[in-house]
Design a protein around this ligand. Structure first.
Ligand SMILES: [Zn+2]
Length: 97
């Protein structure tokens, strides 16, 4: 059975298999249960859940209301990060500046 692409207004695109003779125009979203419309795309080149499709959807979703950051991202080096301290005893023998 071929794969068809549907798009939920809230959750984004998803794929579903249907017989070619029995393809619905809309279908229940597997995530939230609301009605999702079928999206017409080139056969075999579905973009649902591709990194590019997710990036486009994320950009569109955050255009008016950016995602809220609830904590400071962990820093792994770079400016402002505490210097990494080696626990390797051989490093104690290295010359100091
Ligand atoms: Zn949904």
């Amino acid at each position: 059975m071929p794969v068809y692409e549907f798009r939920c207004e809230a959750c984004g695109p998803f794929e579903a298999r249907h017989a070619m003779t029995d393809v619905p125009r809309s279908r229940e979203c597997p995530a939230c249960g609301t009605t999702a419309r079928r999206v017409f795309s080139v056969a075999g080149l579905s973009r649902a859940n591709s990194p590019r499709a997710r990036a486009i959807d994320d950009a569109a979703r955050s255009a008016e209301a950016p995602d809220v950051v609830r904590s400071v991202p962990r820093q792994t080096g770079g400016r402002g990060a505490p210097p990494a301290v080696s626990r390797d005893p051989r490093h104690l023998k290295l010359p100091r500046p």
